[in-house]
Design a protein around this ligand. Structure first.
Ligand SMILES: [Ca+2]
Length: 178
């Protein structure tokens, strides 16, 4: 019985180590048009959870502020999910991944995330699939010189279904034996 528990603990630890090895946190600064690249290649076919937090000034003098998906056009204005006029970039001031725009999922309670939801804490997430290459992050803007601040990005590998199934069966096995 004790040996089985030890084996399970070793498997869980290895799983966590494997997952942590692909966890990374970095800042995407609003003052630069050059994308920030991940420190590791996103394995092809593997899912990753990308979480972003914070907000930045996209125009210091007019106090326009934005997070990964929403923006506020002035100090007394409310936050809006901006839909630009024809001719403007569709994802203006949003956080791009590999130059693509995403509907970043927002949260009100910090637990449930959904599209077109403003996060008062400015926390958003999406799940993306790796392509065997590094991922690039850039804030979409037409003028970077008047910006200030950064967004914090955290990427975690999502455990594969087979590993989750293995852990689930293992825990059921242990409970049944007790
Ligand atoms: Ca700007």
């Amino acid at each position: 019985m004790k040996i089985r528990i030890v084996i399970m603990l070793v498997c869980v630890t290895l799983c966590l180590i494997s997952s942590l090895a692909k966890a990374v946190m970095f800042e995407v600064h609003s003052e630069y048009s050059t994308p920030t690249q991940t420190s590791f290649m996103m394995e092809s076919g593997i899912f990753y959870r990308v979480e972003v937090s914070g907000n930045y000034l996209c125009n210091v003098s007019t106090d326009i502020r934005a997070d990964a998906e929403w923006q506020r056009t002035g100090y007394l204005q409310s936050w809006i999910e901006y839909y630009p006029e024809p001719g403007s970039p569709p994802e203006y001031l949003d956080l791009l991944v590999n130059e693509n725009s995403y509907d970043w999922l927002g949260t009100i309670d910090g637990i449930n995330f959904s599209p077109h939801t403003y996060s008062p804490t400015h926390n958003y997430r999406i799940d993306i699939i790796g392509t065997g290459e590094f991922a690039n992050f850039r804030i979409s803007d037409s003028a970077y010189h008047d910006n200030s601040g950064y967004l914090t990005v955290q990427i975690n590998q999502i455990p594969e279904p087979s590993m989750l199934l293995f852990l689930g069966v293992g825990s059921l096995f242990l409970r049944k034996k007790r």
